[in-house]
Design a protein. Structure first.
Length: 533
């Protein structure tokens, strides 16, 4: 039985809860199993990623979870002893996988044993042990245990050490020096520069080159970092620059006519905007305006790391692009980013002529979390009777916090965005259990009859992206509401591909298609006096 057939916690969890974090790991582990079983991709790298994740996972469970579990369950000490015996077998199988080459009898036998053991272990943990723990300690403690689990993963060994499996004092005493040794080995063998790639074999070669470059920059797993650490990690934009420089091509950003950084006032402080203008043309007429909201899960990302998309769209459509630097969580939790997006959009309408733009031809775009901001802003403007953008471009948008869809399973292990990262973003963005269910965020639950009257929409999705399914479902719901909508899907590319035009044909196609759609909307709006459609 596949883990994904049994991997369903029988209750609702919050991002950051230890049972959610464990389940996220299980989902990624199962997907790695499936790649290995299908004999696709780079099996050595897949095995290294599996061993890396599972080594940290088992150690963190023993340190952060099992002490509470042994006290909580009716047969607590017996239960944790049985689980530790399972962990011992898992560690032994991982050790054999770690020291043998894919295809060798010892590797394949160990892998078969590991898969079988995990597919027995996980259903019991998710259906019995973790529910028992939650019932005994309560939701607040599950959140605290989630923090302990992440901290233990940060300090855990990254390779198997079967002799260290045991009660927490043994694991803790052995873990720190073992982790230090493992990090040295990972660096000396080059293993650490493969851990963050997508080794599934499902990517187009151009996209694979970018993800390999990304991994070579040695990014840490964001889901075990603090926000300030996560903001210092290498980005996909850095990976594109690495690909360009490695191939002897200039890594300079795409030139545009001009760039201007300004700030605009809001009640709780200023909002930073970056205004991109295309190369001056012969016309002196006001240009259409595209408001752009970057991604980053509401926590990371900024005007610099998402500089490529505004440059590309201002050139391809010959429009002004206004990129918005909204406030980030957790320093400014929901709804701060949504409020900033709304205020920035209102400012653009009020000051369009000041920046050389046409207030009758304003569109809005967003990538990932920015797609949520863009879609939510359109709904809020429509509901308040204010001018609504004539077009919305939603690039792999986040439109729900639910984790029960196809791409959350088949892209649980994806890079540069994984299922575990989405939980981490949500943990830092939403302070209360109900915040993620707010209709400004959970757009998939907005009734279809409330989606009518929204502007023409282009939704772009990517194959190796945990947000793929929800973007497609939102496009379906807009269509049911009578909105003019196109959903354009790209195979063989990851989340974040849209800004990779210097190295990815699919990105160039996607940006040009978006520019064509924007041009049609701006032209129609000009002919109808600024009315969408």
């Amino acid at each position: 039985m596949l883990l994904e057939d049994a991997m369903s916690l029988p209750y609702e969890t919050l991002p950051g809860d230890v049972d959610r974090a464990i389940s996220d790991d299980h989902a990624a582990i199962e997907r790695l199993f499936q790649h290995l079983e299908a004999n696709r991709g780079d099996r050595r790298t897949l095995a290294d990623q599996l061993v890396f994740l599972l080594s940290m996972h088992t150690t963190a469970e023993e340190l952060a979870v099992y002490p509470d579990l042994s006290e909580a369950a009716a047969d607590g000490h017996g239960l944790t002893d049985r689980i530790r015996d399972e962990h011992q077998r898992i560690q032994e199988a991982m050790a054999a996988i770690d020291r043998n080459d894919p295809g060798s009898p010892d590797f394949e036998e160990a892998l078969a044993h590991l898969i079988a053991d995990m597919r027995r272990h996980v259903p019991g943990e998710e259906q019995e042990s973790l529910p028992a723990l939650r019932n005994a300690v309560g939701p607040r403690r599950m959140g605290e245990l989630g923090d302990l689990f992440a901290d233990a993963k940060r300090r855990a060994p990254t390779r198997p050490h079967p002799s260290a499996t045991g009660r927490p004092p043994v694991t803790r005493a052995f873990g720190t020096p073992a982790a230090m040794v493992d990090k040295v080995r990972d660096k000396s063998t080059g293993r650490q520069k493969r851990l963050a790639t997508d080794a599934s074999g499902l990517l187009h070669p151009q996209a694979q080159q970018v993800l390999d470059a990304y991994a070579s920059l040695n990014p840490k797993p964001i889901e075990i970092l603090e926000p300030e650490q996560a903001r210092k990690q290498p980005t996909p934009a850095d990976a594109v620059s690495r690909v360009l420089s490695d191939s002897g091509r200039p890594a300079d950003p795409e030139p545009v006519g001009s760039i201007e950084d300004i700030t605009i006032p809001r009640p709780s402080g200023d909002i930073s905007l970056r205004i991109y203008r295309p190369t001056p043309s012969v016309t002196s007429k006001a240009l259409p305006i595209l408001i752009y909201l970057h991604g980053g899960g509401f926590v990371i990302g900024d005007l610099d790391s998402y500089d490529a998309t505004p440059r590309g769209l201002t050139n391809r459509e010959q429009c002004i692009v206004v990129s918005v630097e909204y406030r980030h969580a957790p320093e400014h939790p929901f709804p701060a980013a949504h409020d900033d997006a709304l205020e920035a959009t209102r400012w653009v309408y009020d000051h369009a002529s000041d920046i050389g733009g046409d207030a009758h031809r304003v569109a809005i775009a967003g990538e990932s979390a920015g797609g949520n901001l863009a879609a939510s802003t359109c709904l809020r403007l429509r509901d308040s009777g204010e001018p609504v953008p004539v077009f919305q471009l939603l690039v792999y948008p986040l439109v729900t916090g639910a984790v029960d869809n196809d791409s959350y399973a088949d892209s649980a292990d994806a890079r540069p965005l994984s299922r575990a990262m989405l939980s981490w973003f949500a943990k830092h963005t939403f302070r209360t259990p109900d915040a993620a269910k707010d209709p400004r965020v959970n757009l998939l639950d907005v009734p279809v009859d409330r989606l009518g009257g929204l502007p023409p929409t282009l939704v772009i999705t990517a194959e190796r992206d945990p947000l793929r399914t929800q973007g497609q479902r939102y496009a379906d719901r807009l269509m049911q509401a009578g909105v003019e909508v196109e959903c354009r899907h790209y195979e063989g590319v990851p989340h974040e591909f849209f800004g990779m035009t210097p190295v990815l044909d699919a990105a160039r196609d996607a940006q040009q298609h978006a520019a064509n759609a924007l041009h049609a909307a701006f032209t129609t709006s000009h002919a109808t006096g600024g009315r969408a459609g």
